[in-house]
Design a protein around this ligand. Structure first.
Ligand SMILES: CC(C)(COP(=O)(O)OP(=O)(O)OC[C@H]1O[C@@H](n2cnc3c(N)ncnc32)[C@H](O)[C@@H]1OP(=O)(O)O)[C@@H](O)C(=O)NCCC(=O)NCCS
Length: 385
């Protein structure tokens, strides 16, 4: 019998290196985020979600022809199979968390795709592109069903971001709103070996199919320590009820040792660069949607309190999830849909990293330090107390 191994444990795998990657880099000390060598600020200024997805998948910025072909393919995949509408109508209502609807629907896509079990890199890549298009469509349809409204057919004349908003709200967005959604999609697209990416990669390393791996990733993104934080932030801001209550609220939260959603990060020990973009964007959006001003003022106040109280001692700053929800709120989107929107973007990073790992795949299989008994004698049932 093998005796228990003894080793030091990095709780939560902190600092553990799981693989090499050229997809993206998080500089947690200085607060920078890079996709394939390009700083996220440049991409959010000049790129589009389609182009950034191509960059993540193929490792280079596309030329004109490559970009047009990639966009055309995404557009061709926007329409969802009818079986998925039926399944969503049966299972989705205002009480179902939309992330559950989403992974159920992605599983359904896998169930009806005849090529799901073809796990060649070429086929997985095709499924990745399909999912980059279709997760947005699924999120939009889920939002419509939750709101008791009819799903909206995709519009092939619109960009990915504009079509996503159109399918979700039923209205074609103006150019500024389209650009802001595009920025949000770009900035959520990849982020190192975060929990959902790792979950998807672990699943794929068993040589399961791409749909199943993405279902796994979505289940992991749902949690409030990860993507689910953006939804929780809004509930916290509503609970605070105004900037004048923020100091008192924070004091109580500290006393109960409750974590403040949208703050802190395993890798960033500096201000999250994505929050640097989203904070000013949210304040800009108040001009258009003055009704969100109290929430935005509350967020600004809480940001300053936490940076004042926790930045120096614990290196806690706002993360991506602190301001992103306010952006969607300003667009009139229901709070429960914030994490699914994150998934509609992160699908590019998930698939890029899964595809990068696949050709040199090795099963992820860590161990635990066994701390239990090892030589107990079996006790018959009638002798047990
Ligand atoms: C993201 C997160 C899970 C990273 O956690 P981690 O690397 O495991 O860090 P820990 O939970 O071990 O926290 C380290 C210390 O900072 C504190 N801390 C971390 N995040 C905090 C937060 N959001 N609010 C208050 N304190 C926080 C912890 O209480 C702990 O303090 P201690 O040393 O006195 O016990 C954590 O910061 C968190 O829960 N944030 C809130 C949820 C969130 O916004 N998630 C989205 C991340 S993008």
């Amino acid at each position: 019998m093998e005796w228990p191994i003894s080793a030091s444990i990095n709780k939560g795998l902190e600092g553990a290196i799981a693989c090499e990657s050229k997809v993206g880099y998080v500089d947690g000390v200085n607060g920078h985020l890079v996709y394939r060598g390009y700083d996220c600020f440049q991409l959010s200024d000049f790129s589009t979600f389609e182009e950034t997805s191509y960059l993540l998948l193929y490792g280079k910025l596309p030329n004109n022809q490559e970009l047009n072909d990639f966009k055309a393919k995404l557009i061709s995949y926007r329409e969802l199979p009818y079986e998925v509408f039926d399944a969503l109508r049966l299972t989705t209502n205002i009480n179902t968390h939309p992330m559950i609807s989403l992974y159920m629907a992605v599983g359904m896509l896998g169930a009806i795709d005849e090529k799901t079990e073809d796990i060649s890199v070429a086929n997985q890549e095709e499924i990745a592109i399909k999912l980059i298009a279709q997760i947005s469509s699924l999120v939009a349809v889920i939002a419509r069903i939750r709101a008791g409204k009819k799903p909206v057919k995709p519009d092939s004349s619109l960009s990915h971001a504009a079509n996503f908003l159109y399918m979700m709200t039923g209205k074609k967005p103006d150019a500024v709103t389209e650009k802001i959604m595009d920025i949000a999609l770009i900035l959520h697209a990849d982020h190192g070996m975060n929990a959902s990416t790792f979950t998807g990669m672990v699943a794929n390393s068993t040589l399961t199919d791409m749909y199943s791996s993405i279902v796994a990733a979505i289940t992991s993104l749902k949690g409030s320590l990860h993507g689910g934080a953006n939804e929780k932030v809004l509930y916290d801001l509503e609970e605070i009820g105004g900037p004048e209550n923020a100091e008192e609220w924070f004091k109580k939260v500290r006393e109960t040792k409750r974590k403040v959603m949208g703050f802190g990060h395993r890798v960033y020990k500096a201000y999250d660069p994505r929050a640097r973009v989203f904070g000013p964007l949210v304040r800009f959006m108040v001009e258009k949607r003055p009704e969100i001003k109290p929430l935005v003022d509350t967020a600004t106040k809480l940001d300053s309190i936490i940076v004042r109280e926790l930045a120096k001692e614990k290196k806690i700053f706002p993360n991506v999830d602190f301001y992103s929800g306010l952006i969607y709120k300003a667009m009139g989107i229901e709070t429960a849909m914030f994490t699914p929107i994150f998934a509609a973007s992160r699908i590019s990073g998930w698939t890029a990293r899964i595809l990068e790992y696949l050709p040199k795949n090795r099963l992820f299989r860590p161990r635990a330090v066994y701390t239990g008994d090892i030589k107990l004698e079996y006790i018959p049932l009638d002798k047990r107390v």
